[in-house]
Design a protein around this ligand. Structure first.
Ligand code: NDP
Length: 330
């Protein structure tokens, strides 16, 4: 079974030499363990953080060991009550072809209810991130105008569409190509969108949101955050989900220069972690599941084939190669 190891800690943009695809012996499953043949692997921006040694909310990946990540697969052997060969499960042992682990770490999923890969994206971790961040952290209310960065990505595309479906007055998105910008407006129903690479974010945001924004869902940080503070309305709320523009920085990034604007606006800025919001999972599936099934909420996946391309897929997420959730299919 092949698996990806981290062999050295990347400095700046990760390089292929920091990783190795290794052939490993498949362990025999112990008591209460299962063997899963992975079918879809998740590659996510947060993994960049785990490649560094710095202390954070998840432990760093260990050097010389297989990396971890979300995955869905089929059970091919089971010593556990309640889990049978042929079952499909969601688990955290990605970056490998086969995984052997305690069945208590597996969540059964139904391949008949939704495509398996969506348990990693639209109906999985990134979907819940959008839902919890918008509704809970940003306290979204009907009538709010919402700006989301990284809007053509897995989380961002869902934030914008959930806001529209729940009665936002205006939804604005930013993304890194004209093609993505077109997708936001023409397919996902955003009211306005702009390419952050074609001009200053603050100017483009002011044009796209002449009446300001009540909610900013931040996936990017940097100029985007500063621009959103500049366009924030009275009692505006900023949910800090991610700051992908700084993940490869080797020096701490400068903060927004206009934070004082939060005083006049009584603005609120708050970070969140999806891991704290799994109590919302049943409500999320109940509300968003039917929208996904009916096509009212659209999603894209960028699929990369083969375990040998797992690393390239991850590097692609940092470059913006993906539209919607990046999935590695084995
Ligand atoms: P995406 O599917 O959005 O992929 C990442 C995207 O980021 C790329 O496609 C690229 O799109 C964009 N990007 C890359 N570099 C930059 C840059 N310098 N400036 C602006 N955009 C950039 O990933 P996810 O949906 O999985 O994650 C989105 C964000 O949410 C990330 O910041 C992630 O860390 C965070 N997150 C946080 C969670 C939490 O619990 N707080 C949980 C899950 C995700 P483009 O072409 O538009 O540049």
């Amino acid at each position: 079974s092949r698996e990806w190891h981290l062999v050295s800690r990347p400095v700046g943009v990760p390089k292929p030499e920091d990783f190795a695809l290794v052939e490993a012996d498949l362990k025999q499953p112990g008591p209460d363990q299962i063997v899963v043949r992975n079918k879809h692997l998740s590659v996510d921006p947060y993994m960049r953080g785990r490649m560094s040694a710095a202390k954070s909310y998840v432990a760093p990946y260990e050097l010389g060991k297989v990396m971890l990540g979300g995955a869905v697969g089929e059970v091919v052997a089971s010593n556990a009550d309640g889990v049978s060969v042929g079952d499909h499960v969601l688990h955290g042992f990605g970056w490998r072809e086969y995984a052997v682990f305690d069945a208590k770490h597996a969540v059964k999923v139904d391949p008949g209810a939704a495509p398996l890969s969506t348990y990693l994206g639209a109906l999985g971790m990134t979907g819940l991130t959008a839902y919890a961040g918008l509704l809970r952290t940003a306290s979204f209310q009907e009538g709010d105008s919402v700006f989301v960065s990284g809007a053509a990505g897995a989380v961002g595309s869902q934030v914008g569409q959930i806001a529209k479906l729940k009665g936002a007055s205006r939804v604005i998105g930013s993304a890194g190509s004209d093609e993505k910008v077109r997708l936001l407006v023409e397919e996902y129903g955003f009211d306005a969108a702009f390419n952050y690479k074609s001009g200053p974010v603050s100017e483009q945001l002011r044009k796209a949101a002449p009446d300001g924004v009540d909610v900013y869902f931040d996936n990017v940080g940097g100029d985007h955050l500063e621009a959103a503070i500049g366009s924030l309305n009275l009692r505006g709320r900023i949910a800090v989900c991610g700051m992908i523009s700084v993940y490869n920085n080797t020096e701490p990034a400068a903060g927004p220069k206009n934070l004082a604007r939060l005083i006049a606006t009584r603005g609120r800025i708050q970070g969140f972690l999806v891991g704290d919001h799994y109590d919302l999972q049943p409500q999320f599936v109940q509300e968003v599941g039917p929208w996904v099934a009916s096509g009212e909420l659209k999603y894209r996946e960028t699929v990369v084939e083969g375990i040998e391309n797992n690393l390239e897929a991850f590097l692609g997420v940092l470059r913006g190669d993906n539209t919607g959730k990046m999935i590695v299919t084995l």
